[in-house]
Design a protein around this ligand. Structure first.
Ligand SMILES: NC(=O)C1=CN([C@@H]2O[C@H](COP(=O)(O)OP(=O)(O)OC[C@H]3O[C@@H](n4cnc5c(N)ncnc54)[C@H](OP(=O)(O)O)[C@@H]3O)[C@@H](O)[C@H]2O)C=CC1
Ligand SMILES: O=C(O)C1=N[C@H](C(=O)O)C[C@H](O)C1
Length: 271
């Protein structure tokens, strides 16, 4: 099979630059386009040079329709509005869409789902093996422990992150809720401040720390009578997520239309 031709959306961003480096490192993948926001001062710059590599001749452009003509997939780590605009074009072109963007609303997610009867989408708030394994373990533990154990999800990220709780924290909260057989929407405690009252039994709490250059740190703590169990994951470098996204793209190439998760890619969906 010929190399998978991939577009990086948000090519000037932290993940976009990491993705360009990961593609250059990965056999079977080649950079076919670099998308940036209309009006960005980076438009026209070389994607290789921006990523700290030799020039590769791929210039940043805001025209996804044109650059996707001969592409096979798009790796999208941008912002919700951009991802939603990209969904329609990727589906129309029939190219694989790997979505890592977080902070998406319920209606954004409904738009993404709506194309998956005709498009291949892999979406995950975290592309790492470790976090997806952690989610499977959290689900199991939550199933084993009753409401006498409170569940708290804590995440720490770099100072530039714009959304909270992180996509990963929400994914871990969903895993805990699924293990317990409850709806996260109905049992979520976010943003405590002031006189909050006592903790509601059964709620899943979230707390977000921001600062420095932290690539991503997550923990789920089960707090019971006289004991506590904490499960955690530490991302040491965002190249972890870039390599995960590449793995997802190569896995998805040629798959039938559907809405896939990283657990599907990693063979963890049944755990
Ligand atoms: N699922 C996972 O494993 C991971 C997910 N993420 C998520 O990925 C997203 C990006 O993170 P990060 O790289 O740190 O953020 P950055 O802000 O560094 O990068 C986002 C990039 O997208 C660009 N952008 C904005 N609008 C558009 C548009 N319309 N078309 C194309 N590009 C656009 C931004 O440009 P400009 O600055 O000019 O606005 C910026 O360059 C976040 O949602 C983050 O949570 C991050 C790491 C791992
Ligand atoms: O913005 C980030 O950096 C990250 N975002 C993702 C999230 O919201 O969980 C994944 C990772 O933790 C890094």
């Amino acid at each position: 099979m010929s190399d998978m031709r991939l577009i990086v959306a948000g090519a000037g961003g932290r993940m976009g630059r990491a993705l360009a480096r990961a593609i250059a490192d990965t056999e079977g993948a080649v950079l076919a386009g670099a998308l940036e926001a209309p009006g960005s001062e980076l438009l026209g710059k070389d994607a290789g040079v921006l990523a700290g590599l030799p020039a590769n001749g791929i210039k940043l452009s805001a025209d996804l329709w044109a650059m996707s003509k001969d592409a096979d997939g798009i790796l999208d780590f941008t912002v919700p509005a951009a991802t939603i605009a990209n969904v329609a074009i990727a589906a129309e072109r029939g190219i694989v869409h790997i979505i890592g963007t977080t902070g998406l609303s319920a209606s954004d997610n409904a738009v993404i789902k709506s194309v998956t009867n005709r498009a291949v989408v892999v979406q995950s708030g975290n592309m790492s093996l470790g976090v997806n394994l952690l989610a499977a373990v959290v689900k199991r533990v939550a199933k084993a422990l009753d409401e006498s154990f409170d569940i708290e999800v804590v995440e720490t990220h770099h100072r530039m992150k714009i959304d909270a709780p992180s996509g990963t924290a929400l994914m871990l909260g969903q895993a805990a809720a699924a293990g317990r057989g409850i709806s996260l929407d109905e049992h979520s405690d976010r943003g405590r401040d002031g006189i909050t009252g006592a903790r509601k039994p059964g709620d899943i709490g979230f707390a977000s720390l921001r600062g420095g250059t932290v690539a991503g740190e997550h923990s789920v703590t089960f707090l019971g009578p006289f004991e506590r169990l904490t499960l955690s994951h530490l991302a040491e470098d965002r190249m972890l997520f870039a390599h995960g996204a590449l793995k997802a793209a190569l896995w998805a190439h040629g798959k039938k239309p559907g809405h896939y998760s990283m657990a599907d890619v990693l063979g963890l969906a049944d755990i």
